[in-house]
Design a protein around this ligand. Structure first.
Ligand code: ATP
Length: 375
C-alpha cells in the first residue's frame, strides 16, 4: 500500500502461466492474463473451475506451483497477503462476529499501524461510502445480509488497495438487492477509479458489471473479452452455451458458395451461413443462432408474412411458450425434426406478435446471424 497507482489504462496486473495443483489435480492449469488499472474484470465459470483458487493466489493466500504474478511490473509471488496492495472480499464476508461495524472496518488499518486519528477519519469515510451511517456500533449478527455485504466491502476498501478481489460478493443477496448492489458496486468502482476483479458463476452478473470477462473452464481461461465479444463471437461451442442461450445444429456437410457456406444439418436441413472469420477445418462443427436473432411469422405467402427470402426459412409448430414480460420465448418444433428457440420482444400490440401453442409458423434468420463453431 502507499505505492503510486498506475494511471488508468496502464497495465496493473500480469499473470504469467500460473499453475496450482492439489495433489495431482491441476485446479489452475496455466493461466495468463493482463489487467489494466481501472478495469472492472470478471472471472466467470462453472463451480469448481478454479476461479477462487486463482483469486487466492493473487491475494497471496496460496502460492502458485508455476508461473509469475506481477503487480505494476514487480513480482509479488513471495509477498505475504498483507504486504500486497491487494485486498480480497470473501464470499461469506468473513466478518469478525465479536467486533462492531466500526472495528471490522478498522481492523486492517490497525494492523498496518495507521495512526488512531487517521483510522477514525478513514473509517468514517468508508462508512459514508457504503451508506452505513448510524450502524457503526452494531455487531454483524445485528445486520441484514445486504448491510453485512457493505461492511465487508468497506473493510476491503479501507486500505485503499490498488486491486480489489471480490469472490462472489453478491451471492448471499436476494435478486432485487443483488441487482441494486451491482449498480452500486459499479458506481463505486468508477468513482474510486479502482481496479476490481470479481468472481462469479452468474453470466448475467458478469455481463452487467464487467468491462471484460475471462471465462474459465477446468482451470484454464477459455476466452477473454468484452461481454459483447463473448456473446457475439464465442470461440467455442462450450462458451456459446455457457454465455446465454443458443440454438446449435450439428453440421453434416458443407459446401462453399462465394462468401457463404451452405451447411447441411440433420435437424434443420440446409443452412446458409456467412463465411466464418477463421476458416472451418476438417473437424466437426455446428451452426449456432441466438434465440433473439430468430424471427417468426405466420405461415402464408412470402408477401403477406414479411420474410423476404427462402434462405434459412424453417417451417415448424409452436411447441412451448414462455412469457417473460419484455420478451416471449417460443420453442418451435421444426418440420425437419429439430427444435428451435426464438426470443421475441413483446410490442404493445400483442395481437400482432403473439403465437399460440400448436400454431404453424415460419422461422427464419439471416446468414450473418449464424455463427460457425467447432464442436
Ligand atoms: P466455486 O464457484 O464452486 O467456488 P471455483 O471455480 O471457485 O468454484 P475453486 O474453489 O477454485 O473453484 O476450486 C477448483 C478446484 O480445486 C475444485 O475442484 C476444488 O475441489 C479444488 N480445490 C480447491 N481448494 C483445494 C484444496 N485446498 N485442496 C484440494 N482441492 C482443492
Amino acid at each position: 500500500a502507499g505505492d503510486a497507482y498506475p494511471a488508468a489504462g496502464e497495465p496493473l496486473l500480469r499473470v504469467e502461466g500460473v499453475v496450482k495443483t492439489f495433489g495431482t489435480f491441476r485446479a489452475v492449469d496455466g493461466v495468463s492474463l493482463e489487467i489494466k488499472a481501472g478495469e472492472f474484470f470478471a472471472l466467470l465459470g462453472p463451480s469448481g473451475c478454479g476461479k477462487t483458487t486463482l483469486l487466492r493466489m493473487l491475494a497471496g493466500f496460496e502460492a502458485p506451483d508455476e508461473g509469475r504474478i506481477l503487480l505494476g511490473g514487480k513480482d509479488i509471488a513471495q509477498a505475504l497477503p498483507h504486504e500486497r496492495p491487494i485486498n480480497m472480499m470473501f464470499q461469506n464476508y468473513a466478518l469478525f462476529p465479536h467486533l462492531s461495524v466500526r472495528d471490522n472496518i478498522a481492523f486492517g488499518l490497525k494492523r498496518a499501524n495507521m495512526a488512531r486519528s487517521d483510522i477514525a477519519t478513514r473509517v468514517a469515510e468508508m462508512v459514508a461510502l457504503v451508506k452505513l451511517e448510524g450502524l457503526e456500533k452494531r455487531k454483524p449478527d445485528q445486520l441484514s445480509g445486504g448491510q453485512r455485504q457493505r461492511v465487508a466491502l468497506a473493510r476491503a476498501l479501507a486500505r485503499r488497495p490498488q486491486l480489489l478481489l471480490l469472490d462472489e460478493p453478491l451471492a448471499a443477496l436476494d435478486k432485487k438487492l443483488r441487482e441494486n448492489t451491482q449498480g452500486e458496486l459499479m458506481e463505486l468502482q468508477r468513482r474510486l477509479g479502482m481496479t476490481f476483479i470479481i468472481v462469479t458463476h452468474d453470466q448475467e452478473e458478469a455481463m452487467t458489471m464487467a468491462s471484460r470477462i475471462g471465462v474459465m473452464k477446468s482451470g484454464k481461461l477459455a476466452q477473454v473479452g468484452a461481454p459483447r465479444d463473448l456473446y457475439e463471437a464465442p470461440r467455442s461451442r462450450w462458451i456459446a452455451e455457457f454465455v446465454g442461450d443458443i440454438n446449435l445444429f450439428d453440421a453434416e456437410s458443407k459446401l462453399r458458395d462465394g462468401h457463404r457456406l451452405v451447411v447441411g444439418t440433420r435437424d434443420a436441413g440446409a443452412l446458409v451461413v456467412a463465411e466464418p472469420r477463421e476458416p472451418v477445418g476438417e473437424g466437426k462443427f455446428s451452426v449456432a443462432i441466438r434465440p433473439e436473432k430468430v424471427k417468426l411469422s405466420r405461415r402464408g405467402p412470402v408477401s403477406e408474412t414479411g420474410h423476404a427470402t427462402a434462405i434459412n426459412r424453417l417451417d415448424g409448430v409452436i411447441a412451448d411458450i414462455c412469457y417473460l414480460g419484455g420478451t416471449t420465448t417460443y420453442k418451435v418444433k421444426l418440420d425437419t425434426g429439430g427444435m428451435l428457440q426464438a426470443s421475441v420482444a413483446n410490442s404493445a400490440r400483442l395481437d400482432v406478435d403473439a403465437y399460440s401453442l400448436n400454431q404453424q409458423i415460419v422461422a427464419w434468420f439471416t446468414p450473418d446471424d449464424c455463427v460457425v463453431l467447432p464442436s
